[in-house]
Design a protein around this ligand. Structure first.
Ligand code: S3P
Length: 188
């Protein structure tokens, strides 16, 4: 796809762990009827194990490669089929770590960065032990450090930044859809 071609009408959700990507993804999926790709779930299904187990057995690098592979696959589908199915793509919080992924995300569709206040992230991520990056002595310090590293990368990848504070998934989906309509109308 060259730069003058319109982006496919996918909506891609990025943001830190606990920012609400999965919930908002489900809401958008219900409203639009687009299929939902929850990248973490696809990777777990394919690997036949949890993300925590992938990190423990194969290492973080292997997981990051799986993320890139999946984005490449989704991109290939878009390039192959003019009428590729439209999707809501909900990503893992670290997907923006490498430049190739950031580029793929933007070519895949309208990239929406959901950001939540630190207290909300800590509360949500503190409720379960599924996230291997937070299996540390001091998860709060780890969240703060990762957030500081990643904020500029989310900003670089995103077409739209959404402050989720005080809004529920329904309100967020309404705002995102409104904005996506403007975005896509400018490209068609
Ligand atoms: C990660 C976030 C997780 C998952 C993995 C790594 C990260 O997804 O992909 O544990 O690096 O921030 P969520 O953002 O859905 O929790």
């Amino acid at each position: 796809m060259n730069v003058s071609q319109p982006p496919p009408k996918n909506i891609v959700l990025i943001g830190f762990m606990g920012s609400g990507k999965s919930t908002v993804g489900r809401e958008l999926h219900q409203r639009l009827g687009y299929s939902l790709v929850d990248m973490d779930q696809v990777i777990e299904r394919r690997a036949g194990k949890s993300i925590a187990a992938i990190f423990a057995v194969e290492g973080e690098k292997a997981f990051r490669d799986m993320e890139t592979e999946l984005l490449e696959e989704l991109m290939l589908e878009v390039l192959k089929e003019e009428d590729a199915p439209r999707r809501i793509i909900s990503t893992g919080g670290g997907v923006i770590g490498c430049e190739r992924n950031r580029e793929l995300l933007r070519r895949l569709g309208y990239v929406v960065w959901l950001h939540a206040p630190l207290a909300v992230i800590l509360d949500r991520t503190g409720r379960n032990r599924e996230r291997p990056l937070l299996h540390t002595e001091d998860p709060v310090a780890r969240v703060e450090a990762l957030l500081a590293l990643r904020k500029p990368l989310y900003a670089e990848a995103a077409h739209l930044q959404v402050d989720t504070a005080g809004l529920d998934a329904c309100e967020l989906a309404t705002g995102i859809l409104e904005s996506a309509r403007y975005f896509f109308s400018g490209h068609w």
